[in-house]
Design a protein around this ligand. Structure first.
Ligand code: ATP
Length: 238
């Protein structure tokens, strides 16, 4: 199922932020969304997932041929799009296991077997050791694993992640990077909004850069960016 974002204009009551974003995540593709701080990555991710604010003013979001623009979050979840939000947002007063079982689940996973608590624990053994622990007492890295596990429990076709690397120690980042690579190899579609360019280029085959005018100004492959880093210098200042 392909995600197609076309000419998307999105804003808040106080300001328009995105002024024409085009983005495609093909079936089984992994796409990184890059852009300087505040260029609107979270705004885009939230509008795809139906979260308000912001408000979509113009343009369309289509998933698997179905127009999902302005649909409610539960409807977006039902078509098979799951979000790992910025800042993890795990349920602090629930245990690790409860965080995984509290989500509404789609019946079938597109890529392989359905996710279960046991499968998440195999995927992130650190979570298995902390199954009865309150989520608020998990480390930041463990909370990130839990946020990813919780999203996987919905059996998504497309996994959207908003800055999963934020605030993580290098050793934990290595684990997350390895697990994301595994998910990519499994054929799950991935959209990754990231500040960490190394992680983004490692995970994603395709890259979309949002510039300071709120447009998707550069689209290409990670291999292209590795061979010629000038768009990174031009649009991200690195
Ligand atoms: N609830 C809100 N109300 C008004 N403006 C907002 C709101 N949330 C974000 N913005 C503004 O929208 C712009 C884009 O923010 P957004 O969080 O989407 O950027 P980002 O690229 O994800 O940045 P970062 O990498 O720092 O998270 C910023 O100027 C921000 O101040």
């Amino acid at each position: 199922m392909t995600l197609e974002v076309s000419d998307l204009h999105v804003g808040y009551a106080t300001a328009a932020v995105l002024h024409g974003v085009d983005l495609t995540v093909g079936d089984g593709q992994s796409v990184a969304l890059l852009g300087r701080n505040g260029m609107g990555k979270t705004t885009l991710v939230r509008s795809i997932c139906g979260l308000r604010p912001p408000t979509v003013a113009r343009g369309s979001i289509v998933f698997g041929g179905e127009d999902i623009t302005r649909k409610a979050p539960f409807q977006i979840s039902r078509v098979g799009i799951a979000l790992v939000p910025q800042g993890r947002r795990v349920f602090g007063s629930l245990t690790t296991t409860e965080n995984l079982t509290v989500v509404p689940r789609r019946r079938a996973a597109s890529a392989g077997e359905p996710w279960t608590v046991e499968r998440v624990f195999e995927f992130f053994p650190r979570l298995a050791d902390r199954s009865k622990q309150m989520a608020r007492s998990l480390s930041g890295g463990e909370q990130q694993m839990l946020a990813i596990g919780r999203a996987l429990m919905t059996n998504p076709r497309l996994l959207i992640m908003d800055e999963p690397s934020e605030g993580l120690a290098p050793a934990i980042l290595d684990i997350i990077q390895d697990r994301l690579a595994e998910l990519r190899s499994s054929g799950l579609s991935i959209l990754l909004a990231e500040q960490n360019v190394d992680l983004a280029l490692d995970i994603a085959e395709h890259v979309v850069i949002i510039d300071d005018t709120g447009r998707s100004t550069w689209t290409g492959t990670a291999a292209q960016l590795r061979a010629d880093t000038s768009p990174l210098e031009q649009y991200l200042g690195i």
